[in-house]
Design a protein around this ligand. Structure first.
Ligand SMILES: [Cu+2]
Length: 237
């Protein structure tokens, strides 16, 4: 679970649309859960040898829930991607204003490729963050409670166990990330990069000027480059 407050600030004025997407997602999730309830009813009725009409009614309920869920999910994706598009155009306008403000003297001294990459590709990458990640994060956070509410109807202890497990799955990765008390670094010798990263924090490394290829990186505090905290990064053309 990751959240960037700077990106969140860029959504000013569009948060109602995000809330709308979240609402649609939550209603869709409700129908998703109801689908399983109906499906369980179909199986229970079939095992009890109930009348075919009763089984057919429960099966129709399952199909109706599936269709409603699919329709709502489609609306949610359309709305969320529309919001993401709006954030992107606001962001692009701000970037172009800033470039115009800095003037040709600044632009002339910069690598054109790097600036264009940030303005075009960098903003494009945010589509996923605003369009899919933010609404999904809120929906995922609410999901355990919705599932608990439905399951508690039948068995509270089972519902409680599932609720605790689901919340732990959501929160544990962030807790582990924040609980790391060690300093690390990002060393990429081929590009002469050595960035120190404090406990529980993030760092942004600009590789836009690097030539395409595969590079080895490691944490010089916890690896000798061949073992431990190491990996590779591939830059495509
Ligand atoms: Cu390390």
């Amino acid at each position: 679970m990751y959240f960037d407050s700077r990106l969140w600030k860029m959504m000013a004025g569009l948060r109602l649309r995000v809330a709308g997407a979240v609402c649609l997602g939550l209603i869709a999730m409700g129908f998703g859960v109801m689908r399983f309830v109906f499906l369980g009813r179909v199986l229970a009725l079939a095992y009890q040898g109930a009348a075919a009409r009763q089984v057919a009614l429960a099966a129709a309920g399952t199909v109706a829930c599936m269709l409603l869920r699919a329709g709502l999910d489609h609306r949610r994706v359309v709305l969320a991607q529309g919001t993401a598009g709006r954030v992107q155009s606001v962001l692009r306008a701000r970037l172009f204003d800033r470039i115009a403000e800095l003037g040709p003297a600044w632009f002339g001294a910069e690598r054109t490729g790097g600036v264009m990459l940030a303005v075009i590709d960098g903003v494009e990458q945010l589509q996923t963050f605003f369009g899919a990640y933010v609404p999904q994060l809120v929906i995922a956070a609410c999901a355990p409670v919705v599932i608990f509410a439905v399951l508690a109807w039948w068995d509270v202890p089972t519902a409680a166990v599932l609720l605790v497990a689901a919340l732990a799955t959501l929160a544990l990765p962030m807790l582990v990330h924040n609980a790391d008390a060690f300093v690390h670094d990002f060393t990429l010798e081929a590009l002469e990069i050595d960035v120190t990263i404090g406990p529980g924090s993030d760092a942004l490394v600009d590789l836009s000027a690097a030539a395409p290829g595969t590079y080895d990186y490691f944490c010089s505090l916890h690896s000798d480059g061949t073992d431990g905290m190491r990996g590779t990064v591939t830059i495509e053309s």
